[in-house]
Write a protein that binds this ligand. Structure first.
Ligand SMILES: NC(=O)C1=CN([C@@H]2O[C@H](COP(=O)(O)OP(=O)(O)OC[C@H]3O[C@@H](n4cnc5c(N)ncnc54)[C@H](O)[C@@H]3O)[C@@H](O)[C@H]2O)C=CC1
Ligand SMILES: CC(=O)N[C@@H]1[C@@H](OP(=O)(O)OP(=O)(O)OC[C@H]2O[C@@H](n3ccc(=O)[nH]c3=O)[C@H](O)[C@@H]2O)O[C@H](C(=O)O)[C@@H](O)[C@@H]1O
Length: 591
C-alpha cells in the first residue's frame, strides 16, 4: 500500500491545500473541487487510490509495449498543463509518438478539478492561444499520450519526472519585498514524495522557479535521504531547466519553439536532461544552453525576470515625471525603441503582476541569505528588491488618477460606481495572480468606490471571492487595506453594456484586444452620460482621448502628460464654437 494511502488509514490526513490553508480531511466527509465554470468534482477518497493506480499502470504497460518513454509532470497549472501536452505531442525521428505523459496533480480543493477536465481533453487554463485547447484535446482523446491523475504512485512508473509545481514567495508588507520569505513547503514535500517513489535511474527535472541553490542544496539532499532509506546507493539524477512560457497568444510556441537553459547535478543527469529537452523542445531552431551547475540555471531565471521587472520599475518614475510635465511617455518609449540597443524598453501598466515577476527577485534575495548563507544582502541588493517594491505599489497611483478625474467632474470617489476593465495580470490570458487591477480595486474600495469588474478571460476573481482563504488564509492583499470585506461579492460582469450602465468612471487596466475597439460615443451612451476615463496601458489613441473630452468626459492616463494639451485644445475649440455661435446670433438680432 502506498505511503499516501497508508497515511490515510493510520491517521486523519491533513491535506495541505494549495497555499497552505490546512484542512482536516476525514474520509467520510465529501469535499469538492469546483472548476472556474462551476462544475463540482468530489475529491478522491482513499478507497479509490488503488484502483486509480491500476488504471494508470495499465496505460503505462501498453505505452511501454509501444516503446514510449514514461514522463510524469508534477503540477498541471499554467505551466504544467501545457508542458505536459507538449511532451505528449512529441514524435521521434520515425514520426511516432514517443512519450506517454501522466499529469500528476495534487487532489487539493483548489486544483483537483484540473484532473477530470484534462482527462476529458479540456485545458484547465484559458488562453488566447487556440493551440492550447487543440494540443490537449489531441493528446488526451486522439493520440492518447496524455492522462492526468492524483496518485503519486504514478511516480513509480516514471522514466522522467518534470516538476512544475509552485514555489511561492510570501510577502509580509506591501512595498517591502525584503521582509518576505520563500515558501519551500510544497516543493520540499514534493521532492520527498518523488524520492520515496521513483526508480533509481529516473531523471528528475525541476522546472519550477526556485530560490537559487534549491536544486543542489535542498532538493538533492531530500532525494538522497529518501534513496538511502530505500537502500538505494546510487545518486539521484536531478536537473534544472527553467520555464520561459508566456501564457497568451503564443502560449504553446513560447514553450516548444523557444530557447531553453538547463543543467544537471552530475554528468549523467546533464546528459539525460539534454537528451530529453532536445526531443521535446524545438532546439534545432532554438539552441539549448547547457550550464555547468543547476545554480546557474536557477540564477539565470531569477536574473531574467528581475531584469524585466527592473526595466518596468525604472519606467515608473519616468511615467510619473511625464504625467506632470506634458510628456507622453508612450510616444517617448516608441521613439527610443527605434534604436536596436533599446528594443526591449517597455511601458509599465497599472502593476507588474503575474505569479513570477513580483516573486522571482525576492527568491534570489532570500536565497542569498537563507540557502547560500550570506548576511550582507541589503548591501549587495539595491535594485532587485526595490524594483519589486516599486512595481507592487504602482497601481496605487491609478486610484489617485481616478479620484482626481472624478474631482475634475465635480464628483467624489466615495459612492461612485467604477468599472475596471481587466482583472487578469496581462492581456489575452485568464490569470489574476498578483494583478495590478487587484491593488486598484482594493485601494478604490478603501476610498469608498463601488467597484465593478469585466474581463473576457476571467470567470472568477478568486483573489476577491475567496479573499479569506486565497491565495491562502492570511495571505490576501486585503490585509493591506481597510473596508475590504464586501469584495467577496465582486462578481465578474460578463455582459459589457450591463457592466458600463450607470458608471461614473471606467478604468482600462488590461490591454485585452476587445478594449481597443470600444468607441467613446458608445461608452458614453452605455454609461448614460459623460464619465471619467482612466487609461492604464496606452489603450486610447489621441483621437479617442480628444473625443472623450468633446463628449464631456474627463480623461487621465498613466504616463501620458500630453493629455492636458488635448483637453485644452478641446476646451478652446468649444469656446470658439460658442463665441462664433453668440456672434452669429447677435448678427441676426442686429439685422
Ligand atoms: N505561470 C507562468 O507564466 C510561469 C510560471 N513559471 C514557474 O512555474 C512554476 C509553476 O507555475 P504555475 O504553473 O503558474 O503555477 P500553478 O499554481 O498554476 O500550478 C502549480 C500546480 O502544481 C500543483 N501542485 C502543488 N504542489 C503539488 C504536489 N506536491 N504534487 C502535485 N501537484 C502539486 C498545484 O495544485 C497547481 O495546480 C512556478 O515556479 C512559476 O514561477 C515559470 C514561467 C512562467
Ligand atoms: C523575462 C521574461 O520576459 N519573462 C516572462 C514573464 O512573463 P509574464 O507571464 O510574467 O508576462 P510579462 O509580459 O512579463 O508581464 C508581467 C507583468 O508586467 C506587465 N507588463 C508587461 C509588459 C509591458 O510592456 N508592460 C507591462 O506592464 C504585465 O502587464 C504583467 O502585469 O515571466 C514568465 C514567468 O517566469 O512567469 C516568463 O516565463 C516569461 O518568459
Amino acid at each position: 500500500m502506498s505511503t499516501q494511502i497508508k497515511s490515510h488509514f493510520i491517521e486523519t490526513e491533513v491535506l495541505q491545500d494549495e497555499r497552505d490553508s490546512l484542512i482536516d480531511f476525514t474520509p467520510q466527509i465529501k469535499d469538492y473541487s469546483v472548476s472556474p465554470e462551476g462544475e463540482k468534482f468530489p475529491l478522491p477518497v482513499p478507497e479509490e487510490y488503488e484502483k486509480e493506480f491500476k488504471r494508470i499502470e495499465k496505460l503505462v504497460n501498453q505505452a511501454r509495449i509501444e516503446g514510449k518513454e514514461i514522463v510524469v509532470v508534477m503540477g498541471v497549472g499554467f505551466v504544467g498543463a501545457v508542458m505536459a501536452a507538449i511532451i505528449a505531442d512529441t514524435k521521434n525521428e520515425n514520426g511516432n509518438y514517443s512519450k506517454f505523459v501522466i499529469g500528476c496533480q495534487r487532489p487539493s480543493i483548489r486544483s483537483y478539478w484540473k484532473i477530470p477536465l484534462l482527462n476529458r481533453g479540456q485545458s484547465p487554463v484559458k488562453s488566447e492561444d487556440k493551440e492550447v485547447d487543440e494540443i490537449i484535446k489531441r493528446c488526451v482523446l486522439e493520440t492518447k499520450t496524455l492522462v492526468a491523475t492524483y496518485t503519486n504512485d504514478c511516480l513509480k512508473l516514471a522514466d522522467v519526472v518534470v516538476v512544475d509545481i509552485q514555489c511561492d514567495y510570501i510577502k509580509c508588507e506591501l512595498g517591502n519585498v525584503r521582509s518576505g520569505e520563500a515558501d519551500m513547503a510544497a516543493l520540499e514535500s514534493s521532492m520527498k514524495t518523488i524520492g520515496e517513489n521513483i526508480r533509481p535511474d529516473c531523471l528528475v527535472l525541476i522546472e519550477t522557479t526556485v530560490a537559487p541553490g534549491t536544486t543542489e542544496f535542498v532538493a538533492l539532499p531530500l532525494l538522497k535521504k529518501a534513496f538511502y532509506k530505500r537502500g538505494i546507493d546510487s545518486t539521484p539524477l536531478l536537473a534544472h531547466s527553467y520555464e520561459r512560457v508566456m501564457p497568451g497568444k503564443d502560449y504553446v510556441a513560447s514553450v516548444r519553439d523557444f530557447w531553453r537553459v538547463c543543467a544537471g547535478c552530475n554528468n549523467e543527469a546533464k546528459e539525460k536532461v539534454e537528451k530529453f529537452l532536445k526531443e521535446v523542445i524545438n532546439t534545432g531552431d532554438h539552441p539549448l544552453t547547457v550550464m555547468d551547475r543547476p545554480i546557474e540555471s536557477e540564477t539565470a531565471k531569477i536574473i531574467e525576470n528581475s531584469y524585466r521587472a527592473t526595466i518596468l520599475a525604472f519606467l515608473n518614475e519616468w511615467s510619473l515625471f511625464s504625467e506632470r510635465n506634458g510628456v507622453d511617455v508612450i510616444k517617448v518609449i516608441n521613439a527610443i525603441k527605434m534604436r536596436p540597443t533599446h528594443s526591449n524598453i517597455i511601458f509599465p501598466g497599472p502593476g507588474i503582476g503575474g505569479y513570477c515577476l513580483p516573486k522571482d527577485g525576492g527568491l534570489g534575495y532570500w536565497a542569498y541569505k537563507h540557502i547560500l548563507g550570506f548576511e550582507d544582502g541589503d548591501d549587495v541588493f539595491k535594485i532587485t528588491p526595490t524594483s519589486i517594491d516599486v512595481n507592487d505599489t504602482r497601481a496605487l497611483h491609478v486610484a489617485e488618477l481616478t479620484r482626481d478625474a472624478l474631482r475634475n467632474m465635480d464628483r467624489y470617489i466615495a459612492g461612485a460606481e467604477v468599472l475596471i476593465c481587466g482583472a487578469s495580470y496581462r492581456q489575452d490570458v485568464g490569470d489574476t495572480r498578483y494583478s495590478g487591477s487587484e491593488i486598484v480595486v482594493r485601494k478604490l474600495t478603501e476610498m469608498g468606490a463601488e467597484m465593478r469588474v469585466h474581463d473576457p478571460y476571467v470567470d472568477h476573481w478568486y483573489e476577491m471571492e475567496s479573499q479569506d482563504t486565497y491565495p491562502a488564509s492570511g495571505q490576501s492583499w486585503k490585509r493591506f487595506f481597510r473596508n475590504q470585506d464586501g469584495l467577496t461579492e465582486l462578481k465578474m460582469k460578463n455582459e459589457f453594456p450591463a457592466a458600463v450602465k450607470g458608471i461614473e468612471a471606467l478604468i482600462f487596466a488590461v490591454p485585452h484586444d476587445q478594449y481597443f475597439t470600444l468607441e467613446p460615443e458608445a461608452i458614453v451612451e452605455m454609461a448614460g452620460g459623460p464619465i471619467a476615463v482612466i487609461d492604464c496601458f496606452g489603450i486610447l489613441p489621441d483621437e479617442k482621448i480628444r473625443r472623450y473630452f468633446e463628449l464631456g468626459c474627463e480623461v487621465k492616463a498613466l504616463g501620458r502628460g500630453h493629455i492636458q494639451r488635448i483637453k485644452k485644445e478641446v476646451r478652446e475649440s468649444k469656446l470658439q464654437k460658442q463665441t462664433s455661435k453668440i456672434s452669429t446670433v447677435s448678427q441676426v438680432y442686429k439685422r
